[in-house]
Ligand binder design. Structure first.
Ligand SMILES: [Mg+2]
Length: 258
């Protein structure tokens, strides 16, 4: 709404110009300016018109991989589940794995037990990701589940099934070993080698806390509440402000059942 001082004492043409000036200033403030030339086009990215992309790992971040894998190894070895600690290093040495054991057990887990379709999800992951998605964050799932030369159909199919079952929202699903090949404004990851590789390229990575990554530096998150807060903080910096869901208008969160 124009204030009255712009109108008083001005002739019709001056009033029109005053309206145009104020309208353009308002549009610029809102970031709603129409692109006009090459310079404007070059500044397209600076105007934050691209979505804010969040790269999300699955195993050890959205899915409790160690818990699911331990159940299957215990069954295969016919030992009590509690005899296998969850305080594992990256290579499961605490479970007395010998050369080739990981590959053998993991293949059994994926192919015979269909572990990738049936893993406990990480508490709070689904709701946090829905809230972020509805605030405009582009969720990009990045996983290295095709790391062997067999049974890709099972691994890929069961991954998609699990994401549906766990109610994880996403716009891209990337199966890739070298995670630096996939762009994102911020990542959440648990594997030490992936975190190191991404950070060595200056990428913004939240370490999702697991026993095998305790020596890695901040930013670190112990749970999905902390991940969500960190991503919202980065989104606010990227956009200048964040519009959360209005209170009382949150049907998509309500329809999720844990
Ligand atoms: Mg992982």
């Amino acid at each position: 709404m124009l204030s009255s001082f712009l109108i008083v004492g001005k002739r019709p043409l001056e009033i029109k110009k005053a309206i145009a000036d104020v309208t353009e200033k308002d549009e610029l403030k809102k970031g709603g300016r129409i692109l006009r030339n090459q310079n404007d086009l070059a500044s397209h990215d600076k105007m934050n018109l691209r979505p804010f992309v969040f790269g999300v790992d699955i195993d050890g971040v959205c899915a409790q991989h160690t818990v699911a894998f331990r159940d299957i190894v215990a069954r295969e070895r016919n030992v009590p589940v509690d005899s296998l600690t969850l305080e594992c290093s990256w290579g499961f040495e605490e479970w007395n794995f010998q050369e080739g054991d990981f590959e053998r057990f993991h293949r059994q887990a994926v192919v015979e037990h269909r572990m990738l379709a049936d893993m406990p999800s990480m508490p709070g992951a689904s709701k946090a990701l829905w809230r972020l998605s509805e605030a405009g964050v582009w969720i990009r799932i990045i996983t290295h589940r095709l790391y062997t030369n067999w049974d890709h159909a099972i691994a890929a199919g069961d991954t998609a099934k699990w994401l549906d079952k766990a109610k994880i929202p996403y716009r891209d699903l990337c199966f890739v070993g070298g995670k630096t090949a996939v762009d994102a404004h911020i990542y959440v990851e648990d594997a030490p080698h992936n975190i190191d590789a991404l950070r060595s390229q200056g990428r913004n990575v939240i370490v999702f806390e697991q026993p095998y990554n305790r020596d890695l530096s901040e930013p670190r998150a112990a749970n999905w509440e902390q991940v969500e807060a960190m991503v919202f903080e980065q989104l606010a910096i990227y956009q200048g402000a964040v519009q959360h869901q209005l209170p009382g208008f949150d049907p998509s969160i309500e329809r999720l059942a844990d």
